[in-house]
Design a protein around this ligand. Structure first.
Ligand code: ADP
Ligand code: ZN
Ligand code: ZN
Length: 834
């Protein structure tokens, strides 16, 4: 009991609702848990809706304008969320201009969010009849109903047990492990079981007995084999505890040197082995994985590691710039290992999980049980499991996508951001539209942790900061194990057409190479730019493409008006009848598809097996992995794909990479077009010749003289950087400025247009015309029946009050919504848009 019982305490609670503040609740006297920041609590909000909220502050200031409602329930003994996490949420909300509730919504796994939409189910291991003495009547009623109905919506519980507030009953049942809380019915928790094998205690714990056993088995070769194999896999002689988990029976017999199942059966009968069942942990390593040795660093890698360590100590952040196949991962692993030895935590961030099952396996081998995995495609149960594992200190290393930044780290020492240039680090909808790489830097700052940013093609922003010596820099300029970077050949599509050396989209040279390499039993990857990119106009004679006079981007072709527009400033013009550059009259719109490539290839090279990897073919869950596994195991000779084939794939036999038309990459209407093009072409080329003999890349284009392609071919990042950074400075783009994109949407085109105009004017008044671009209809101006318009705000990076500008923007949007005609208009804010 507190001494200040008469003094009333209040809690600020963060709720998952899109309102820009926390909410005050009163703390009822006599709650059994002492309420603290980070506690999950159950509160009523709005129209008798129940939410889980997080306490962000405890204070004594009674709100003046309303009588606060009481907190209904404290959902746990120890807080789920740390104060550090709440600090991070606040930073994200403020920087990315969203509400803290929106941040909480993506930060907390929904398994930790109890709301009216939750369901309960019977715990699979709970048997009611055996537990009668620990259940009261209400609990028994609820469990019996659950047994019949399988799942019950949380909202129905009070009806069933005739109690107005059922929270306590539910909480008690969870504590008794009688029920589970689930978010959706489809995620019902079903443990998978498997048969396992281990030595019986008489041998596992008595080395002398084991020695004797070998003597008895001396003449029974098959049984002796089995025993030896078991002891290589499970080092019982070094640590008899290792026997406890044993091995999967099926794998034990099948993987590696195959054993006779009947001998193993006999040994079980003779009580040498015993069988038992175990729930399959979610990331069990196969025996094959455990048999891989852990690699030694090469001399170059060692040097790079040393540089990185020095750099981190010096600057806190180090850019690790290593060519494709140089083995950056091995360097990361060594860094993380030393963090673990210090007893601290490390976060290994990757852009997308689908592409990384190879990598996850490698890490699991390396780190074993201290490795946790986290990403948004996980089920709730899995996410909560990882969350708890981090909280309780079981996981010292987490591999995960951007959402893993929000885990409850307590002692974070290192964050590795792999492929830091990858645009998947940026979250689009819903808010918060955060950039994972940048939030990683903030999280590290809060924890005084260090950050390694790794890439073969660093983002311009990161390289710029390395050049400015804000970040340290460590390079790896050669591939691991004498593998050579591929030779990149630029093929002139137009010249080839003239010489009749093109078949559809394929040059003869590309077809011949693909044919030859598949004949030799090797593989090829063909890359076609993603579907649905913006069409543009180009001169067939001289390749001229119309561009905006003010923005240094190419103009986008809009069919419905037959006009060209600048995606940034709204400049528009008619499609010219003649080419401005050469005077020719054959202007065409440009566009291509992957399916056509697949079909074309099958007609020209009849014997090869072609697989396709794009949004179409990978819509179903796991189809992605299936296609990649087929490719890895050689059931596919040539993989045709979009952007997906450019990322991180590590295959041994890919000798040829073909880029069917590199032009469109450059003409994407975006100030980052050249940066993306360089990254993408380098990354896709990097799939060739990762082992053994060097690979070849065929880059087809109508602009063989384009200097960007020459730089890709020479693997010349630095000259690419020099030119690009100059242009960014000249046209005031990031990293020299900061962009904020507003998207205005409504159900009527007129309304969108008018409100965007209104908002644009207000912003021009407050921030000045030179900082406001647009409003401007995006290339795709109608999405799901909403008409869109965009305003781009360009702000200085230095000597500028960013906070004040953001306040203006918030206010302008609020004012817009207060205008009667604009009630049904929505505005979303994207800070540092992609
Ligand atoms: P990157 O990420 O830099 O493109 P990876 O880390 O994927 O390169 O390494 C490329 C390949 O070389 C991988 O298959 C990896 O297993 C292998 N490799 C790299 N370093 C070593 C090493 N020190 N010992 C053994 N294999 C290595
Ligand atoms: Zn021309
Ligand atoms: Zn423009």
């Amino acid at each position: 009991m507190s001494l200040f019982e008469d003094q009333h305490n209040f809690a600020e609670v963060i709720l998952p609702v899109p309102l820009p503040k926390s909410f005050c609740y009163s703390i009822p006297l006599g709650t059994d848990v002492e309420l603290a920041v980070g506690h999950r609590v159950l509160v009523e909000f709005g129209n008798r809706k129940m939410y889980t909220g997080i306490v962000s502050e405890i204070h004594q200031n009674r709100p003046e304008k309303y009588e606060p409602k009481p907190i209904l329930e404290v959902l746990e003994v120890d807080p789920s969320v740390t104060e550090m996490q709440i600090k991070l949420w606040k930073w994200v909300a403020e920087y990315y201009m969203c509400t803290i509730g929106e941040v909480m919504n993506i930060a907390l796994p929904s398994g930790l969010k109890l709301s009216s939409q939750s369901y309960i189910q019977l715990h699979p291991n709970f048997i009611i009849e055996e537990n009668l003495e620990i259940l009261n009547d209400k609990e028994f009623t609820l469990l019996s109903t659950l047994e019949k109905e399988q799942t019950i919506a949380y909202a129905q519980v009070s009806n069933i047990i005739q109690l107005k507030s059922p929270y306590k009953t539910i909480k008690d049942l969870i504590a008794k492990e009688a029920i589970l809380l689930i978010e959706q019915i489809k995620e019902k928790y079903k443990p998978k079981m498997e048969k396992r094998l281990r030595l019986t205690e008489q041998y596992a714990e008595h080395p002398e007995a084991l020695d004797k056993l070998f003597e008895t088995l001396a003449k029974k070769v098959k049984q002796e084999d089995a025993l030896l194999k078991y002891l290589t896999l499970v080092p019982v002689h070094e640590d008899h505890m290792s026997n406890y988990h044993g091995v999967s029976k099926k794998e034990f017999i099948k993987v590696g040197k195959e054993l006779s199942a009947s001998s193993v059966g006999t040994m079980t009968k003779n009580k040498i082995f015993e069988e038992f069942e175990r729930q399959i942990p979610r990331f069990e390593l196969s025996i094959a994985d455990r048999m891989q040795p852990t690699p030694e660093l090469s001399a170059a890698q060692k040097e790079c590691l040393q540089k990185t360590i020095t750099g981190l100590n010096d600057k806190g952040v180090c850019l690790l710039h290593g060519v494709t196949g140089s083995g950056k991962t091995e360097v990361y692993l060594k860094l993380i290992k030393s963090v673990i030895e210090n007893g601290s935590q490390a976060l290994f961030m990757i852009p997308e999980i689908a592409l990384t099952s190879q990598l996850v396996r490698r890490l699991k081998v390396y780190f074993g049980d201290v490795l946790g995995i986290y990403h948004s495609k996980f089920s709730d149960n899995e996410r909560v499991e990882t969350w708890k594992g981090v909280q309780e200190g079981q996981f010292q290393v987490i591999i995960g996508t951007r959402s893993s930044l929000f885990l409850p780290f307590s002692d974070l020492e290192l964050i590795v951001v792999d492929e830091e240039h990858d645009s998947s680090y940026k979250a689009n909808d819903p808010a918060p539209r955060y950039q994972g790489r940048d939030v990683a830097l903030v999280l590290a700052h809060l924890h005084h942790a260090k950050v390694v940013l790794g890439s073969a093609t660093p983002s311009l922003e990161s390289f710029y900061l390395a050049v400015k010596q804000k970040y340290a820099y460590a390079g790896l300029t050669e591939r691991y194990g004498n593998a050579q970077l591929p030779e990149i050949k630029i093929i002139d599509i137009k010249a080839m057409r003239k010489q009749k050396k093109m078949k559809d989209d394929f040059s003869d040279e590309l077809l011949q190479l693909v044919h030859k390499t598949t004949e030799e039993g090797n593989q090829a990857i063909l890359f076609q730019n993603r579907r649905g990119y913006s069409p543009y106009v180009s001169c067939e004679t001289c390749s001229w493409v119309p561009s905006c006079p003010d923005c240094a981007v190419n103009l986008t072709y809009h069919i419905y008006r037959n006009e060209l527009r600048c995606h940034y400033c709204g400049h528009k013009e008619h499609v010219p009848k003649t080419c401005v550059s050469c005077g020719g009259t054959s202007l065409k719109t440009v566009g291509l598809g992957t399916q056509k490539v697949e079909e074309g290839l099958k007609t020209f090279l009849t014997d090869i097996r072609v697989g396709r990897l794009d949004l179409d073919t990978t819509r179903r869950k796991h189809s992605y992995e299936q296609i990649l596994t087929d490719f890895e195991q050689g059931h596919i000779d040539v993989l045709v794909g979009t952007q997906m084939v450019t990322k991180g794939l590590d295959f041994n036999n890919v000798r040829v990479v073909g880029i069917l038309n590199a032009d469109s990459l450059i003409f994407f209407p975006d100030f980052r077009a050249h940066e993306r093009a360089f990254q993408l072409l380098t990354q896709v080329s990097g799939r060739a010749g990762r082992r053994g003999e060097a690979g070849t890349v065929i880059l087809q284009t109508t602009m063989p003289k384009e200097t960007l392609f020459a730089k890709v071919a020479r693997h010349d990042y630095r000259n690419f950087y020099r030119k690009e950074i100059q242009e960014r400075q000249q046209y005031h783009y990031p990293p020299f400025t900061r962009l904020i994109k507003l998207t205005i949407r409504s159900e009527k085109q007129e309304l969108t247009r008018d409100s965007a105009e209104w908002l644009g004017k207000r912003l021009v008044n407050w921030l000045g015309a030179k900082r406001i671009l647009g409003p401007q209809e995006p290339v795709i101006n109608k999405i799901r029946n909403y008409y869109l318009s965009e305003i781009m705000i360009k702000l200085e990076r230095e000597n500028f009050d960013l906070k004040k500008a953001k306040n203006y923007i918030h206010h302008a949007i609020l004012n817009l919504k207060e205008e009667k005609p604009f009630k049904r208009v929505w505005v979303s804010i994207d800070v540092d848009p992609n």
